[in-house]
Design a protein around this ligand. Structure first.
Ligand code: HPA
Length: 403
């Protein structure tokens, strides 16, 4: 939801409302995960003005999209600002009665309702509706697992989701039931949060993640990361399937991420900064926690699991790299390559989480081995190494539970 609010806040700041002096911003999220924002635009003939919601929808339609899954409206003032009767109808044209409508002021969310709840009413919210609880992801998780406070969050990458199936006292919530959670569309990514105990430690596993190549803005990853933080997590463990740029780190190896290079051309923190979450310019000199890396290396050695270490370079994808690109990336200092993890790591450091990154090497990068690369190979190799990675993560959780 934060990404919608960020987009709507920018539009809100740009609103043209010299007559009413009542600025409104709105943002819609499409089924494809894109966000379109709009502001109210008044003119001297008051009824000719455009509402913020109508402006956002117009931008969406002009870009060729037709389905909305979430709406956010932001305005200042004591009273909740809801879409007008006309905009409720306009939103209905592209959404459904279940479409969530977040009603915010510049400080954040005040209430979430559905479009279906708003439609029978012409303008405001009636009092009964106004008293209903807000529908945030945190609310949905706490309703499913009351009083459960995870200590660590784990984002499980391609083919690595099985760990979540081993949790004790597990409760699963589909991303579809978590407002604001971007939903993965790629095979190997299930799209649910599983809460439970791993070796006695309360954890929250995100089984599946979105990638920027799916068309979502980088800020989409802020929602799951900040939700984990708000639930009480202190540590975020990021796992992924990666290619290797080093012949000695072959397919089936596991590697600790020592640092990263962001070549995705995007950053999840672009847009208005949530000052309550973290600083405008967060320091990234130690993204991957040195003490936790040492702990994991020690645990792996004790278990006889070989753990390599390297710099992870993130590309946008979805195409794999050319051999010339891989040669260039080697010269830049990359050891591992993938299409995920970096936006989540940046968002997590911004929010003050300690971060650990682990890659399962599924292939030697383009040009380093004979034959073409395929996603099927990526998934197959990930499951072969997943058992060793699970052993290491279980022992890590056991230590944290005891400490
Ligand atoms: N390149 C990019 N991403 C990847 C690769 C790769 O070779 N292997 C697994 N994810």
């Amino acid at each position: 939801m934060r990404d919608l609010l960020d987009a709507a806040l920018i539009a809100y700041g740009n609103a043209h409302a010299p007559y009413s002096r009542f600025q409104v911003g709105a943002a819609v999220r499409t089924a494809a995960g894109r966000i379109f924002a709009g502001a109210n635009v008044e003119n001297a003939s008051f009824p000719e003005g455009n509402c913020a919601e109508a402006s956002a929808l117009a931008a969406m339609v002009a870009a060729g999209e037709r389905r909305i899954v979430e709406v956010l409206v932001v305005a200042a003032g004591e009273r909740l600002c809801t879409p007008c009767g006309g905009c409720r109808q306009r939103l209905c044209e592209f959404g459904s009665p279940d479409t969530l409508v977040h009603l915010c002021d510049p400080g954040g969310l005040r209430r979430t309702v559905t479009l279906g709840e708003l439609l029978p009413l012409s303008f405001s919210l009636d009092d009964d509706l106004a008293d209903q609880a807000p529908g945030t992801a945190i609310d949905a998780i706490q309703a499913a697992a009351p009083d459960f406070q995870p200590r660590i969050g784990l984002i499980l990458g391609s083919g690595l989701g099985a760990l979540a199936d081993d949790l004790e006292d597990a409760v699963a919530v589909a991303y579809a039931d978590l407002p604001g959670f971007p939903r993965p569309t790629v095979e190997g990514h299930d799209g649910r949060m599983v809460l439970g105990r791993l070796e006695g430690l309360p954890v929250a596993c995100l089984q599946g993640r979105v990638h920027l190549y799916e068309g979502v803005p980088a800020s989409a990853v802020n929602v799951p990361v900040r939700t984990l933080k708000a639930l009480g997590c202190e540590i975020l463990v990021l796992t992924n399937a990666a290619g290797s740029l080093r012949a000695e780190i072959g397919a089936g190896a596991i590697a600790l991420i020592a640092d990263h290079i962001n070549l995705q051309g995007q950053n999840p923190l672009v847009g208005a900064n949530g000052d309550a979450i973290g600083p405008r310019f967060p320091d990234l000199s130690e993204v991957y926690d040195p003490a936790l890396r040492e702990q994991l290396a020690r645990i792996a050695e004790g278990l006889g699991v070989e753990l390599a270490s390297g710099v992870y370079l993130a590309v946008l994808g979805p195409s794999f790299e050319t051999p010339a690109e891989i040669r260039a990336f080697r010269a830049l200092g990359a050891d591992l390559i993938g299409m995920s993890t970096v936006p989540e790591a940046i968002s997590a450091r911004h929010a003050g989480l300690r971060v650990v990154g682990l890659s399962v090497v599924t292939n030697l990068a383009a040009g380093l081995a004979a034959g073409p690369l395929s996603h099927e190979e990526t998934l197959g190799q990930a499951s072969a190494a997943a058992a060793s990675l699970a052993k290491v993560l279980r022992a890590f959780c056991r230590e944290l539970a005891g400490g």
